[in-house]
Design a binder for this molecule. Structure first.
Ligand code: F6R
Length: 238
């Protein structure tokens, strides 16, 4: 696991872009695993800027997102489908048919999505304050595939900022790639910023590999780059 510490979020996003760009340069038909949330917004802005300034093409790129709320309208302003269109897809030349965001509320939909997620060249991740990756909450078995999950109070609390600050408006369930699905990616890029992530980052990098911190499984992956700002890195011992 390679850990890069940056002075702030802007520098973090630029460093993350370098990692992403190298994958795209090596393979214009790369398969990207993508995440939503606040953490990757700066990286997506860098990708859009690069597309506009340098014309890096995404016409042969495929994307598979990590997760989506259950029983949310696809076009709801808070759906992850809307998030991806607003922050990335509609600004670049990607073919909408090559973009995939999971959707559904049952095991069949989850299995169908899991079967599609193949050959991911780089998987982008954020990390929850409780150490979750995707919506794999603490205690999730490391070999789990795409599945429906009940969100923890910690996660719904963290996400209520997008739902009028009302936890009751935050969906209770999500469909998420499993940790086993995520770990199949050839390369993993995790970004985290802010003090609220410091405990989770420490547990991921320095803690035991234990389902109590789902992100700690990344210690077992052969090619992981973690990019964190100074605040998120503040509890690391070295
Ligand atoms: C989003 C996802 C989540 C987030 C995590 C951090 O697709 O899978 O695991 O990465 O909850 O969210 P932010 O970046 O909003 O702090």
């Amino acid at each position: 696991m390679k850990v890069i510490i940056t002075k702030d979020y802007d520098e973090l996003s630029k460093e993350a872009f370098k990692v992403m760009k190298e994958v795209l340069d090596n393979n214009p038909a790369a398969v990207l695993g993508l995440a939503t949330g606040s953490s990757p917004e700066g990286l997506y802005a860098e990708m859009v800027k690069d597309y506009k300034e340098n014309g890096t093409s995404y016409k042969d790129v495929k994307t598979y997102n990590l997760d989506e709320y259950v029983d949310i309208d696809r076009n709801d302003p808070q759906s992850y489908y809307t998030f991806m269109n607003d922050h990335l897809f509609k600004h670049i030349d990607i073919d909408p048919a090559n973009t995939h965001v999971p959707y559904g509320n049952n095991a069949e939909a989850a299995k169908e999505y899991d079967d599609q997620v193949k050959g991911v060249d780089i998987q982008l991740l954020g990390i929850g304050q409780n150490g979750h990756i995707g919506f794999n909450e603490p205690g999730t078995p490391f070999d789990e595939r795409t599945h429906i999950v009940e969100l923890t109070e910690s996660t719904r609390n963290a996400n209520k900022r997008f739902f009028d600050n009302d936890i009751n408006k935050v969906p209770t369930h999500a469909i998420t790639q499993g940790i086993g699905t995520v770990m199949d990616a050839k390369k993993i890029l995790l970004v985290a910023n802010g003090e609220a992530k410091a405990d989770a980052v420490k547990a991921m990098v320095e803690g035991p590999v234990d389902p109590a911190c789902p992100a700690s499984v990344l210690q077992n992956h052969p090619d992981v780059v973690v990019i964190v700002d100074e605040a998120a890195a503040s509890k690391l011992s070295k």
